[in-house]
Write a protein that binds this ligand. Structure first.
Ligand code: ARG
Length: 633
């Protein structure tokens, strides 16, 4: 039993923990120490516990201690350095922590190894897949679970039908999937939405193209590639006819040019799309089939990435009426005005100062009456709020669209809906550079994953010994390939651009997906070979873990629940990855010092308990990121 009560019994002189907010000693081992240190510090300094507890920070590197305090954070009169000295003199003997290390304005706290082993390891092994997740985060009221969980809607991926699934969609998909896992593990009620680009004149163009170049058989077999091929062909026609009209105009043949345009594909597409907006059954039926087939195929690909959408929404789902109403309202409020038939927002006039300048101008409705991307987003957000009554809504969209998102959040505010805009957050990200392949620059998600999987397979073949031992190398290569892409994508801060680098991301060396997978498979293999039962491991004498290597590993493992708490603030997948690489590096330096094979049976049990705890954490971290940890490779 890893509960705090049990620990308190073992160390019966431990001061009792008062109920502090955000203190979860039963699921976060570090909170035990936080509470303990808080109570000592409160006795010594007279500061209130509620002030001390939240400022005991976790550390990025272990040499800074297991917890750290910036002395000024306690808001006590005096020079931080002097205060530190005085407090140190008064520091009592503690069963859990060493005397703190004082350095200028900081105090570093180091946990005593034995009690730490006895809390961290049982907690990790008992809570397993739940170790690190804290469902209380998502509660509306932490003191009253009956008030229910908070609701979050996360919109991500959002590709455009019949167009390539480009790098921006790939990043949105990976980051969005991660956020969904993160919030779910934090006890939120999560709804995932894919807002497809599935509406607009281009779907009139596509329908005409399908009449001419389409094949039913191909559509069923490979809808995404087929629709794209058709779209490319018909778009070329549109471009050619424009060029022809230009040339004729240049020759002074205005009438001929006009007649080409009037009878051309582009004009036909416009009226076809008009029919769609008016609900023409036949036109809608064809479009719906394009959409349905594409979604079916997207779903298969998303499944490979462990991603599921609760809702496939899209630009087509926004009602024309509602958009007209929103536009009319903005006009009535004097915020939008007609300009040569179009409806325009001029933020430079309606929003004071720098913000107005940044927001610039935006079109709400074109002169032919059709609504735009911006207007759709406004109506869709208001609708979504009615539908879900969310507490939070996250948009995972490339930073290229920062201005667009700023504009539509602002317009929603200007319409008097601060209540909605306050709940919205744009999670943005930088570009992927150099994402082209053998087969050209156009990329669909499936092609990317296939290419990387094939490349990974080549990499694996280079190590003949190992390769011959893998049971289903192609399947493993596929999983490793997916991990390569995802880890490369999440390794830096979201806002940074990165270069798609096939050979680097698939390497087993360096901070890559295959490296993490390898670390996980190695822990699984250690466990398999030791052939010890769960009961044996649970009964291990953890006081045998005395080597500095074992203690370091333990300290890293102990941080995991705090890492998850931190990532809920940063929403940066790299927060988790950096930690997992710290864990795996610590592991790889431990193996030589903490052998299993050939050790005393009791030592073996204790070490295996330690390695199993590390495996639990590595597994959980990979799972939040959306990776599928492999057990053999
Ligand atoms: N389909 C859009 C694109 O490919 C992305 C949509 C982002 N979401 C939104 N609500 N605007 O650029």
């Amino acid at each position: 039993d890893a509960s705090f009560d049990n620990l308190a019994r073992q160390f019966n002189h431990l001061p009792l923990i008062d109920k502090l907010p955000n203190c979860f000693p039963d699921i976060n081992p570090v909170d035990i120490y936080r509470a303990h240190i808080t109570s000592i510090l409160s006795d010594i300094t007279g500061a209130d516990k509620s002030v001390i507890y939240p400022v005991l920070q976790w550390t990025a590197t272990l040499d800074k201690g297991d917890l750290m305090l910036a002395i000024p954070a306690l808001r006590i009169k005096g020079k931080p350095d002097d205060l530190g000295k005085q407090w140190l003199e008064k520091w009592p003997e503690s069963p859990l922590v060493e005397k703190p290390v004082h350095n200028g304005a900081f105090l570093s706290f180091f946990f005593k190894p034995e009690p730490m082993a006895k809390t961290v390891i049982p907690m990790a092994l008992q809570h397993k897949n739940d170790f690190g997740s804290n469902p209380a985060n998502g509660l509306r009221d932490q003191n009253d679970p009956s008030k229910g969980r908070q609701k979050i809607v996360i919109e991500f991926s959002s590709p455009n039908i019949a167009k390539p699934f480009h790098a921006g969609h790939l990043r949105s998909t990976i980051i969005g999937g991660f956020l969904a896992n993160l919030y779910r593990s934090a006890g939120w009620d999560v709804t995932t939405v894919n807002y497809l680009g599935d509406w607009g004149k281009q779907y009139g163009v596509l329908a005409l193209g399908f009449e001419k170049y389409g094949s039913e058989e191909e559509l069923v077999k490979d809808p995404i590639n087929h629709l794209f091929t058709v779209y490319v062909k018909i778009s070329k026609e549109v471009a050619d006819e424009k060029q022809k009209a230009e040339d004729l105009k240049a020759e002074g043949k205005e009438d001929e040019a006009q007649s080409i345009l009037d009878n051309g594909v582009d004009e036909k597409a416009r009226s076809y799309f008009k029919k769609m907006t008016e609900g023409d059954e036949q036109a809608i039926a064809l479009w719906k089939r394009f959409r349905d087939y594409s979604i079916e195929r997207y779903k298969q690909t998303y499944a490979r990435l462990n991603i599921h959408f609760d809702e496939y929404s899209g630009e087509s789902k926004v009602s024309e009426d509602e958009m007209q109403q929103a536009a009319a309202k903005l006009k009535e409020m004097g915020l939008a005005h007609e300009d040569r038939g179009a409806l325009l927002m001029d933020f430079t006039k309606s929003v004071p100062g720098k913000e107005g300048k940044t927001l610039g101008k935006a079109i709400l409705r074109k002169k032919d009456g059709t609504a735009l991307y911006l207007t759709r987003d406004i109506s869709e957000l208001i609708n979504r709020y009615e539908r879900y009554k969310f507490d939070k809504m996250i948009y995972v969209i490339a930073s290229e669209q920062d201005l667009h998102v700023k504009q539509f959040f602002k317009i929603v505010r200007m319409m008097g809906r601060d209540d909605i805009a306050d709940k919205c957050q744009h999670v943005n990200f930088g570009l992927v550079l150099g994402m082209s392949t053998r087969k050209g620059t156009v990329k669909f998600l499936n092609d990317i994953l296939r290419d990387v999987g094939e490349h990974m397979h080549e990499v694996m073949k280079k190590n003949e010994d190992k390769y011959s031992q893998v049971e289903d190398p192609e399947q493993i290569a596929d999983k490793l390939g997916i991990s390569s892409v995802m880890v490369q994508d999440m390794n830096g801060k979201r806002i940074n651009n990165y270069t798609f680098d096939l050979s680097r991301m698939t390497s087993f060396e360096g901070d890559t997906g295959p490296y993490l997978q390898y670390a996980h498979a190695r822990l699984c293999s250690i466990q398999r070979r030791a052939e010890l039962s769960d009961e044996d491991i649970a009964a291990a004498d953890l006081s045998l873990l005395t080597e500095p290597m074992a203690i370091n590993l333990l300290r890293v493992i102990a941080q995991w629940p705090d890492v998850v708490q931190n990532v809920l603030k940063t929403l940066e997948p790299t927060t988790i990855l950096t930690y997992l690489f710290k864990l795996t590096h610590t592991l790889s330096t431990s193996y030589n010092h903490l052998r299993i094979v050939g050790s005393e049976p009791e030592v073996m049990k204790a070490r295996l308990a330690l390695y199993n705890s590390a495996r639990v954490v590595l597994y959980n971290g990979m799972a939040i990121l959306g990776l599928t940890p492999v057990e053999r490779m």
